[in-house]
Design a protein around this ligand. Structure first.
Ligand SMILES: Nc1ncnc2c1ncn2[C@@H]1O[C@H](COP(=O)(O)OP(=O)(O)OP(=O)(O)O)[C@@H](O)[C@H]1O
Length: 300
C-alpha cells in the first residue's frame, strides 16, 4: 500500500527553488534512504511530508491526506533531526514521560534500556546536552515512539563513530521486529546502505532515482583501457562518468545493459571491467555539472 505520494511538488523560498517538480511514492513498511548532496532539497521534502512546511505547487498525500497542519498525520509521524525542539524546562526523564503520553505505540521499556545504555542522567536537561548526546537522545525518542512513519533527517550529526554504529544497528533491529515506514536522510550512502531496502536519490530538487538498493548496486559497470577500444563500447550507452587516464587511456562508468557476448569481446580487446560501488556511483550521478574542484585551480 502506498502511504506517501509526491506529485510534481515545488517549493519556492522567496527566490530559491528548493524543490523543482519532485515526484515519488513510498510503500508502507519500507526503509528508504533519502540521499542527496548539500542543498539538494532533502530536508525541505521531509518537512513538507511531515506537514511542517507547505508546498508551493503540486499534489501531496500522506495516509491519503494533505499533511500540512493535519492531526492524523502528526499523530502517526515523528520527525527527528538535530533541531528537534524539546521543552528546555523539563528533565530528560520528564521528556520521556511526556513522549510516552503522546505517542500511542511508545515502548517504555525499550526507551529506558536505550537511556541506560547511552548513560543519560534522568535529571539532565535537553539544552545542556552536547551535540552528539542531543542527537542520541532524539534518536531514542524516534525509535521508542514506533510511529507508523518515522523520519530521521541526518540523525547522526555529532555522534561519534561508535554511537553511529549502535544507532544504525538499533534502527535495523527495531525495524525488523516492528516494521514501519522509515525515511532516513544522509549525505553518506556508504554509511547507511547496509540497512536500506530502497534508495531515493535527490538532485537539485528532483527525484533522480528511486529504486531497490540491490538494483542500484548492479546498475553500473566500469571500463578502463585504450580509448580506441573503450569509446565504441560506450557510444549510445548511458554514460555516468568519464576520466582520461594518461595518453590514449580512459575510464568510463556506464549503465550495465551489456550482454555476455559484448563483455566477452571487450575483454578480448584488452578492456578491463570493474564493479562500481554504490557510493562511487552516487557521487558520479550527483556531481555538479560545472566540473570538478580542479577547475577552481585552473585559471584561463
Ligand atoms: N528557510 C529557507 N529559506 C530560504 N532558502 C532555504 C530555506 N531552507 C532551505 N533553503 C534552500 O533550499 C535549498 C534546499 O535546502 P535543503 O535544506 O532542503 O537541502 P538539503 O538537501 O537538506 O541540504 P543539506 O544536506 O545541506 O542539509 C537550498 O538551496 C537552501 O539554501
Amino acid at each position: 500500500m502506498t502511504v506517501i505520494e509526491f506529485k510534481d511538488i515545488t517549493k519556492i523560498y522567496r527566490n530559491v527553488a528548493a524543490l523543482n517538480g519532485m515526484s515519488f511514492e513510498i510503500e508502507e513498511n519500507k526503509m528508504t534512504g533519502v540521499i542527496g548532496r548539500n542543498g539538494a532539497g532533502k530536508s525541505t521534502m521531509l518537512k513538507i511530508l511531515a506537514g511542517f512546511l507547505k508546498e508551493t505547487t503540486g499534489e501531496i498525500r500522506v495516509f491519503s491526506q494533505h499533511p500540512f497542519n493535519n492531526l492524523k498525520v502528526s499523530a502517526n509521524l515523528i520527525f527527528v533531526d538535530d533541531q528537534m525542539s524539546l521543552p528546555s524546562s523539563l528533565t530528560l526523564r520528564e521528556i520521556l514521560t511526556e513522549a510516552s503520553n503522546f505517542y500511542q505505540n511508545w515502548d517504555k521499556e525499550f526507551a529506558e534500556r536505550l537511556f541506560d545504555y547511552f548513560s543519560f542522567h534522568p535529571k539532565q536537561r535537553h539544552n545542556n546536552l552536547s551535540k552528539g548526546m542531543r542527537s542520541t537522545f532524539n534518536m531514542i525518542i524516534g525509535l521508542a515512539s514506533r510511529c507508523p512513519i518515522t523520519i530521521f533527517d541526518e540523525p547522526t550529526t555529532g555522534m561519534d563513530e561508535a554511537v553511529r554504529k549502535d544507532f544504525y544497528r538499533a534502527l535495523l533491529k527495531d525495524y525488523i521486529a516492528y516494521p514501519r515506514t522509515i525515511l532516513l536522510s544522509s549525505h553518506h550512502l556508504h554509511e547507511v546502505e547496509d540497512i536500506l531496502e530502497n534508495v531515493l536519490i535527490i538532485k537539485e530538487g528532483k527525484t533522480l532515482l528511486h529504486l531497490p538498493l540491490t538494483d542500484f548496486k548492479e546498475m553500473a559497470i566500469g571500463f578502463s583501457g585504450d580509448t580506441r577500444n573503450v569509446k565504441p563500447l560506450i557510444s549510445e550507452k548511458e554514460v555516468f562518468h568519464i576520466e582520461e587516464n594518461g595518453i590514449d587511456q580512459m575510464f568510463a562508468v556506464v549503465k550495465n545493459h551489456f550482454t555476455e557476448v559484448e563483455l566477452f569481446e571487450a575483454k578480448a580487446n584488452g578492456v578491463e571491467m570493474s564493479p562500481i560501488s554504490s557510493s562511487d556511483l552516487y557521487v558520479y550521478l550527483t556531481n555538479k555539472s560545472k566540473g570538478g574542484i580542479d577547475d577552481v585551480f585552473n585559471r584561463a
